[in-house]
Design a protein. Structure first.
Length: 261
């Protein structure tokens, strides 16, 4: 699949080993419609082998206004189940795909837009970002996996408050409660996201794989199973030639030191 086959509401480009996927429907505040969600699934399912990290961002003044509400009006009940499952499939490809994803958030990060952001591994927010779950005020419920992905990030009580009161959280509040890991000035998000992406791309591929696929499973399992799984991941990582070469480089004073803050 070629990136030029994506719908025009998605724009993909390459920056070396980093792929950039941009939500490109600024006139509708990057509201996510069916072709966009299907395009996201396709993009993350067919990444070229040499792409090591993805940066996900939004064109215009907002990351995403969430679900395209025009699609909802005439949908029947079971079609709603299938629709939600299609979002689950797509966002599952974001979270459990082949490479880490850095999301750059600005403006509205709302409803399904926040659910999409939650599927990324690192979130960089600009100071103009704001977060809300307005589903309650629209008479609907989340459907893009937010019930699963948001509680581990911010806690069930905070999420319940966001849903019940439709309160808007500022970028600073989002940073404080764990919605973003980085907070940068307006207009600086993409550069920061790209910088982080290139840093992540320098890691050994297995370490990135384990952080994405093993860590969340350990975090969701009982501690005894977690310790065993961690031991297996540690052994696999250290057995890899990549690890041996990097350890040797450090011991021979060629590898990077941990930077002092
Ligand atoms: C949309 C959507 C949308 C904008 N679906 N068309 N999401 C929401 O409830 C958020 C709804 N949107 C907003 O609150 C505001 O649009 C924003 C705060 C995001 C941006 O405000 P603003 O003043 O910059 O833009 P606008 O004038 O409100 O919108 C510009 C256009 O985008 C306008 O269309 P136009 O043809 O009149 O120009 C809007 O109708 C359109 N637009 N947001 C469709 N969401 C899997 S379940 C997930 C459930 C959810 O995501 S619920 C949350 C839905």
């Amino acid at each position: 699949m070629s990136w030029s086959d994506l719908p025009s509401s998605l724009q993909a480009e390459r920056r070396g080993v980093v792929a950039v996927l941009r939500l490109n429907r600024a006139d509708k505040r990057n509201a996510l419609n069916d072709p966009m969600v299907a395009g996201i699934e396709t993009f993350f399912s067919t990444l070229p082998d040499d792409i090591r990290v993805v940066v996900l961002c939004g064109q215009g003044a907002h990351f995403s206004a969430g679900l395209d509400l025009t699609e909802l009006v005439d949908r029947k009940t079971f079609a709603g189940v299938e629709h939600s499952r299609s979002w689950h499939r797509a966002f599952d490809r974001v979270q459990f795909g082949s490479v880490p994803v850095v999301a750059v958030l600005h403006g509205a990060v709302v409803g399904g837009g926040l659910e999409l952001a939650a599927a990324a591994h690192v979130r960089v927010a600009e100071r103009n970002a704001f977060y809300a779950l307005p589903e309650g005020s629209r008479g609907i419920y989340l459907g893009g996996g937010g019930s699963v992905r948001l509680p581990p990030l911010i806690g069930t009580a905070r999420m319940m408050d966001m849903m019940l009161t439709a309160r808007t959280l500022s970028a600073e509040e989002g940073q404080m409660i764990g919605l973003s890991q980085y907070l940068v000035d307006e207009g600086q998000g993409f550069a920061k996201g790209l910088e982080l992406a290139h840093r992540i791309a320098d890691n050994a591929p297995f370490t990135n794989f384990a952080a994405m696929h093993v860590l969340p499973r350990i975090a969701g399992s009982d501690p005894a199973a977690g310790y065993v799984t961690e031991a297996l991941a540690a052994a696999i990582a250290q057995g890899d030639d990549e690890a041996k070469a990097r350890l040797k480089a450090f011991l021979e004073k060629r590898g990077p030191k941990v930077a002092r803050k």
